[in-house]
Design a protein around this ligand. Structure first.
Ligand SMILES: *Cc1c(COP(=O)(O)O)cnc(C)c1O
Length: 432
């Protein structure tokens, strides 16, 4: 579901022509739809209405201040993985008391900062981390709220690089060891055992792995609640989205299938999980990232050259893997559409960036309308794990970002000035 639609032959984000934004702000350009972000949050919120719950948006999926502000204004909490993310949330007006701090490598400085800000919970991934948090809390004369992340050893059936819930992975504490860990944690005086956490992977397109994981941990959570008076159970994020509506719907092009089928809806997710979770009598915490932000953003790019070789038709665009690394990193599929809809024959094309890497591509042998230099394309579903993973590889500036709300649009991140890229660099003293 999203609000990127053709109106006439022009691709619009809500009530704004995307081409007008591309001309005004230049490309490569990320464009986000506030209405899409809002509706995704509200759909999940409504679906879970039967249980006390807290939706903690995974900041790592999209950390733009305007995006975070949108979710903070809706009453959302945040799933954070660093001090930087916590500072970002606070700068955007988010409430630290609704922040869950995840991650296997929290430093002493990060723990101290988060404790002082009063985060909702530290989601702890190892015994040494429990001891470290206890030590710092003692020094600050505080009690640290903690939840232990269990690794339920359930296969999420997703891409290897975003699967997290089996014993092959660095995340969480093995299911069989968790009770012992809680028992030892209960003896640490400056910890308060508040919850139980798991997150089995990302881009899950079926409800079964979630169900399987929840079913597996239920008896354990009941025992832990009875023993330590837990307040919440966090079932993590991972709800998958539709990246390829054309394939899903069996229709030739996405713009002919306005209502592409969603593979895993919040309604289905809630219908299967709420009956399992409700009897626990605990608050349910969720940490969706991609489900909220993924289809709420696109990456707009301009065609610089059309290069025809004997075998291929290359569309060389001004966006590159430094702007959106998902195709190179996760073998990800992104739907690509022109900003001006065209009828006529489709040409199998490779959409590639200017970076000096063969991995710098967005699509291979993709049937696309015949295009020329100066035409604009949009890469859809780029709102999650897009801009946040941008780098300066090849000394390319990071793209600008725009937020649209109805007929309004605003530049919510300026294009990075190129000299900023080397601003902290200097020749060594003996070179002057
Ligand atoms: C990445 C992550 C999430 C969010 O994952 P999505 O697939 O974007 O929903 C939630 N919780 C934890 C612990 C994560 O590492």
């Amino acid at each position: 579901m999203h609000y990127f639609r053709y109106v006439g032959n022009r691709l619009c984000c809500e009530g704004v022509s995307v081409e007008s934004l591309a001309k005004r702000y230049g490309t490569p350009l990320y464009v986000y739809s506030q209405r899409t972000l809002t509706e995704h949050f509200q759909k999940l919120d409504r679906a879970m209405a039967q249980v006390d719950h807290l939706i903690c948006f995974a900041v790592k999926s999209n950390s733009n201040q305007a995006v975070l502000r949108t979710l903070a204004d809706l009453g959302g909490g945040f799933d954070i993985v660093s001090e930087g993310e916590l500072r970002r949330v606070m700068a955007a007006g988010g409430d630290p008391a609704k922040c869950a701090f995840a991650g296997v490598g929290k430093t002493e400085g990060e723990i101290e900062f988060a404790l002082k800000q009063g985060v909702y919970s530290f989601n702890v991934e190892s015994e040494p981390e429990l001891e470290r948090i206890n030590r710092i809390a003692a020094r600050l004369k505080k009690k640290a709220p903690v939840a232990v992340r269990v690794n339920p050893n359930v296969d999420a059936h997703t891409h290897a690089k975003i699967s997290t819930g089996t014993y092959q992975h660095k995340f969480g504490i093995a299911y069989e060891q968790v009770e012992g860990v809680y028992a030892r944690a209960a003896r640490l005086k400056n910890l308060s055992l508040r919850g139980f956490q798991m997150h089995i992977g990302s881009q899950l397109t079926s409800v079964q792995p979630f169900e399987q994981a929840v079913q597996k941990v239920l008896p354990l959570v009941k025992r832990l609640k009875a023993a330590y008076g837990l307040e919440f159970v966090s079932i993590g994020g991972g709800l998958g989205i539709v990246y390829n509506p054309a394939l899903e719907s069996g229709l030739p092009r996405w713009w002919e299938s306005r209502q592409a089928k969603t593979i895993l809806t919040p309604t289905l997710y809630a219908a299967r999980l709420v009956p399992l979770l409700k009897p626990l009598g605990l608050r349910v915490v969720m940490e969706p990232g991609r489900f909220i932000s993924g289809n709420a953003g696109i990456l707009v790019t301009r065609i610089e050259y059309v290069k025809r070789t004997g075998k291929k038709n290359f569309l060389i665009v001004d966006a590159a893997m430094n702007d959106l690394i998902r195709p190179a990193f996760y073998d990800a599929y992104h739907e690509i559409v022109p900003l001006r809809r065209k009828n006529g024959a489709l040409v199998n094309s490779d959409v590639v960036g200017p970076i000096c890497e063969s991995g710098d591509f967005f699509a291979k042998d993709r049937p696309l309308p015949r295009s020329g230099e100066g035409d604009y394309l949009a890469l859809l579903s780029a709102g999650a794990y897009g801009f946040v993973m941008a780098s300066n590889y090849n000394t390319r500036s990071q793209a600008a970002e725009v937020l649209v709300n109805g007929k309004l649009s605003a530049l919510v991140r300026e294009r990075q000035p190129v000299a900023e890229i080397w601003a902290g660099e200097n020749p060594a003293p003996w070179q002057v």
